[in-house]
Write a protein that binds this ligand. Structure first.
Ligand code: UGA
Length: 438
């Protein structure tokens, strides 16, 4: 058992704290946001994440997990995870490191020699080296490791307890050996379960995270580029993805064409990566990511154009129903959500848009109060001239086209996620259109 603090109790930190307590460690979650601290301490979650509330409550019940806004709590622990956010800077591609810098500055005076700071936030390469120097300046003998996180929203608990791999970015020499020992103890359970471990230097560990997200973004934009060509040539991108996905070297996962990627990670991470490469004089190496970003953003525009086309040339005054607002299913996260972006664009262009989502309505309402919100798909679609499926929640995938057709004014479905069976919808009298399909 190790005594841990987890600094920053957002998506990553809250889940990490609860899961580490679940593994048997004694954990204090630290966050500057008092209401969030109180909420978590009472066993309630600030966001929707399947399975998380159960783990949180069980960890609190075990007496091994608590939350505070007082950084002095770090004095009781030996390993300190830094899990604060690194959002995109306003009007710039680069990541904003203000929260990371503030967290480390607040933590450093409470460290003991031999104490280990473990960075989990997604940061530009070079950050760990700089932070290690800042920490040892305040507390000589304190250590730093970089241990990037690969959890997916919607699968956060599973990804934290059973990750695909663990990466330790360590300093050289005896410090590195000491840090590794401490991390091995923290992750004893997943390591015993056979989770692969890759030990690297700081820079490589930082780059592993940036390149993993860039690869995923590239895979999605690749298939969406194929969707554009399919649209131009009358081919079917879903069949194409199935066919190339059988090649084990390519693989079918993350090859779903549609509205593209959003969320709090992929879009800002590829931009921050490009910005950092520019600073390092390696901008040419990542020039392709600009194209990945453009392909992705074009899908949103194309979706609105398709809506206009299906409505006969104009969406002004049309009643349009949007199913899905979260950036992906099983999440209430609307950060850079393609679905919300398309809904808002159509509203701004004069359509009368009614939106719904199983979990993200409250968050979307705060951001776009001008949209009209409905509790269910049926309510949103009542009287609609056009329905758009933009986030592929299971309940939308399994809609019955015949029964659903009764509530709408016009049976027109635009499937922004290639989640429905075109034949079944057409058989029920719907005009069915999707991105990248005839
Ligand atoms: C992503 C990575 O997948 C995680 O490994 C990483 O840890 C995380 O970012 C992070 O940096 O913290 P997440 O943002 O939860 O995780 O979402 P993804 O599951 O990667 O989905 C991203 C977006 O891509 C969603 O909008 C999704 O709808 C879209 N997507 C995904 C597609 O358009 N097509 C696909 O085939 C797959």
């Amino acid at each position: 058992m190790t005594k841990l603090t987890v600094i920053g109790c957002g998506y990553l930190g809250a889940v990490h704290a609860a899961c580490m307590a679940q593994l048997g460690h004694e954990v204090v979650g630290v966050d500057v946001d008092e209401p969030k601290v109180e909420l978590l301490a009472s066993g309630r979650t600030p966001f929707f994440e399947p399975g998380f509330e159960e783990v949180l409550q069980s960890a609190i019940g075990s007496g091994r997990l608590s939350f505070t806004s007082d950084m002095a709590a770090a004095r009781g622990a030996t390993v300190h995870f830094v899990c604060v956010g690194t959002p995109q800077k306003r009007n710039e591609y680069a990541a904003d490191l203000a929260y990371v810098d503030a967290a480390v500055a607040a933590l450093a005076p409470h460290l003991a020699p031999g104490g280990l700071v473990v960075g989990k936030s997604t940061v530009p390469v070079g950050t760990a080296r700089r932070l290690a120097d800042a920490i040892t300046e305040v507390t000589p003998g304190a250590l730093l490791a970089w241990n990037p996180e690969f959890l997916r929203e919607g699968l956060a608990v599973q990804d934290t307890l059973h990750p695909d791999r663990l990466v330790y970015g360590l300093p050289a020499g005896a410090d590195g050996e000491q840090a590794r020992k401490m991390l091995d103890e923290v992750y004893a359970t997943p390591l015993a379960d056979g989770v692969p471990l890759v030990v690297t230097d700081y820079a490589t560990a930082e780059l592993v995270k940036a390149s993993a997200n860039s690869f995923l973004a590239t895979k999605i934009s690749f298939i969406n580029a194929m969707a554009e060509v399919c649209e131009a040539s009358g081919a079917d991108v879903v069949q194409l993805a199935d066919a190339i996905g059988h090649d084990g070297r390519i693989g079918r996962r993350f090859l779903n064409a549609g509205l593209g990627f959003g969320g709090g990670c992929l879009p800002k991470d590829i931009r921050a990566f490009m910005a950092r490469a520019g600073e390092l004089g390696a901008d040419q190496a990542l020039a392709f990511l600009r194209e990945i970003d453009s392909i992705n953003m074009r899908r949103r525009v194309r979706m609105v154009d398709l809506a206009r086309e299906v409505c006969g040339g104009s969406i002004v005054g049309r009643r349009i129903a949007v199913l899905g607002l979260a950036f992906k299913p099983n999440s209430d996260d609307i950060r850079d959500s393609p679905a919300l972006n398309v809904a808002a664009q159509m509203q701004l262009q004069g359509a009368s848009v009614v939106v719904t989502d199983p979990q993200a309505v409250e968050n979307a309402q705060r951001k776009w109060p001008d949209l009209r919100f409905a509790a269910t798909a049926e309510e949103a679609a009542t009287g609609a001239d056009l329905v758009l499926l933009l986030t592929e929640w299971d309940q939308y995938r399994s809609l019955d086209p015949a029964a659903f057709g009764v509530v709408v004014a016009q049976r027109r479905m635009l499937d922004g996620r290639n989640a429905l069976d075109p034949a079944a919808w057409r058989a029920a009298g719907w005009t069915y259109r999707a991105l990248g399909r005839p």
